[in-house]
Design a protein around this ligand. Structure first.
Ligand SMILES: Cc1cc2nc3c(=O)[nH]c(=O)nc-3n(C[C@H](O)[C@H](O)[C@H](O)COP(=O)(O)OP(=O)(O)OC[C@H]3O[C@@H](n4cnc5c(N)ncnc54)[C@H](O)[C@@H]3O)c2cc1C
Length: 486
């Protein structure tokens, strides 16, 4: 255990949009003694890790970007991964963040030093100490790979969509894609013409609406760059258009019927085979799982070299996938488009708070998604119940960052030993939140990654994003136990 003054005022964990935003706002608040730990080789988070063909955002880029660093130069309404990664690189450069970044350095655990009021931190590059920790580790970066019997014996190529192997030549190969979620529907149309055969294993058909994508020409880019007010208005319109969907998710799931009809029309227009169409028709209320936007997915499935397999996978052999009905389907490669282990992401490292309590060991509750009782001077960005089905995560990230940075500033300006959210504040916040959750579309009975094993939703924010913004606009120290120190 270290003694004396901690080395850093803040250690930020993660360098995706949340970690970068935190770094920018710490600097803006005059806090310079901090570092950002990143386990991967470069900053960028989601947009560094996911380089699969066709990877793109599904919230318009003019909104899916920081309010303080708007980009008039997006070339598509829905930016592709390369452009988003370039944007995060530009943020690092513009705000001089490189000197704070410690890439290829994983946060491995931390213990709160109660006497000193700081954290002892373990990293893959050695120990360090910090007055505060801001966890910005995201929820979608631990690949979820189903535990298929025999997978270890498979002799071909295996990878997950977020670890795309660009060195593997798919041309002429028999490929199995497992999963039909947000990533798979983006990369399937991109690889379908390269492969000899594509078997697409579907457990549940997603609801898919057309993606209103378009190229943004030089003239429009120039106009938005020249007229920042116009850019703001455009961004606000996109925000309001998305925010208007919140009531459907939270209060009136029945109204999804209208959108369902649109999605079914999209399906009917693009798939003429009634058998395939039936397989692609979802059997749950729209919105219960993420609503997907794509124009080229259904046409890809109509190609002669594609088969949509709804028979569950029973096991994998050295060269094939065997389905529950006993059919053996030979393949050269298996690509998992099976999403992420959300629960696991929050346990990325052992964090021991006051009295040795382990973070999220018993449940996944937090206060405003930002603080947890028993964990002084520890803040989270996009912690439990801050995910969205209807709008841009960047808005939630900026809200959480404002709160966490205000907390750090408060600790600094009042020279506090520590602050820790009161258990009763956390409990009443979560009781109210879970009560609101009952009437939402996510509670209409589908099985999704939004829910934990017990069917509880610790993932999503059941409300308007501006309500979350209001809740996090300032650090509400009255709901914290304050230790002023000696
Ligand atoms: C393919 C894909 C498409 C998406 N599309 C959209 C979209 O259209 N709209 C939308 O709103 N959201 C979308 N999302 C959600 C997206 O994750 C968020 O919008 C946002 O990028 C999250 O940023 P973040 O910084 O919180 O998390 P991340 O981007 O996941 O960054 C977290 C970082 O923390 C690092 N990290 C984790 N654990 C450790 C550790 N122990 N030590 C050190 N570093 C660690 C990770 O390596 C990662 O770099 C998408 C996600 C994916 C995967």
């Amino acid at each position: 255990m270290s003694s004396g003054k901690p080395q850093y005022e803040v250690v930020v964990v993660g360098s995706g949009f949340a970690g970068l935003c935190t770094a920018v706002k710490l600097r803006a608040a005059g806090i310079d003694n901090f570092i950002v730990l990143e386990k991967d080789q470069e900053a960028g988070g989601t947009w560094w890790a996911n380089s699969y063909p066709g990877c793109a955002v599904d919230v318009p880029s003019h909104l899916y970007s920081f309010s303080f660093a708007q980009n008039a130069r997006w070339t598509h309404a829905f930016a592709r991964q390369g452009e988003l990664l370039a944007y995060t690189r530009a943020i690092v450069h513009q705000f001089d963040l490189q000197r704070h970044l410690r890439v290829a350095t994983a946060f491995e655990g931390a213990a709160f030093v109660e006497q000193g009021g700081y954290w002892d931190i373990e990293t893959s590059a050695g120990p360090l100490t910090a007055k505060c920790i801001i966890g910005a580790t995201g929820a979608l970066n631990r690949p979820a790979i189903p535990d298929l019997p025999g997978l270890a014996t498979f002799g071909g190529k295996v990878f997950h969509s977020s670890r795309w192997d660009h060195g593997y030549d798919l041309r002429g190969k028999r490929v199995a894609v497992v999963g039909t979620g947000a990533s798979a529907i983006q990369f399937v149309p991109e690889i379908v013409d390269q492969v000899a055969q594509l078997d697409l294993y579907q457990r549940s058909a997603p609801w898919i609406l057309p993606r209103p994508d378009r190229r943004i020409g030089a003239r429009e880019q120039h106009l938005l760059a020249r007229l920042p007010a116009l850019h703001w208005i455009y961004r606000a319109m996109v925000y309001l258009q998305h925010e208007a969907r919140a009531p459907l998710y939270v209060y009136f799931p029945g109204l999804f019927g209208i959108a369902q009809r649109l999605a079914l029309r999209h399906l009917h227009c693009q798939i003429s085979d009634p058998v395939l169409r039936a397989k692609l028709t979802p059997d749950y209320t729209m919105g219960c799982k993420r609503v997907l936007l794509m124009n080229s997915y259904y046409p890809a499935l109509s190609k002669v070299n594609v088969e949509l397999v709804t028979d569950p996978i029973a096991r994998v052999t050295a060269g094939a996938i065997v389905t529950a009905s006993g059919q053996e389907r030979p393949v050269d490669a298996i690509i998992f488009g099976t999403g992420f282990n959300v629960e696991h992401a929050l346990h990325t490292a052992r964090v021991r708070g006051r009295g040795g309590k382990v973070l999220f060991q018993d449940d996944l509750q937090a206060y405003k998604g930002c603080a947890v009782a028993g964990f002084p001077n520890y803040f989270l960005i996009t912690g439990p119940n801050t995910g969205l089905g209807h709008n841009s995560m960047i808005y939630m990230i900026e809200s959480g960052v404002r709160y966490a940075v205000d907390a750090v500033q408060t600790i600094r300006s009042r020279a506090l030993h520590s602050v820790e959210v009161k258990e009763e504040a956390q409990r009443s916040f979560n009781d109210a939140l879970q009560r609101r959750m009952r009437g939402t579309v996510w509670s209409t009975g589908c099985k999704s990654w939004y829910l934990d094993q017990a069917g509880r939703n610790y993932t999503l924010w059941p409300g308007f994003t501006f309500t979350y913004r209001r809740l996090t606009r300032r650090f509400d120290i009255e709901n914290y136990r304050v230790n002023a120190g000696a």
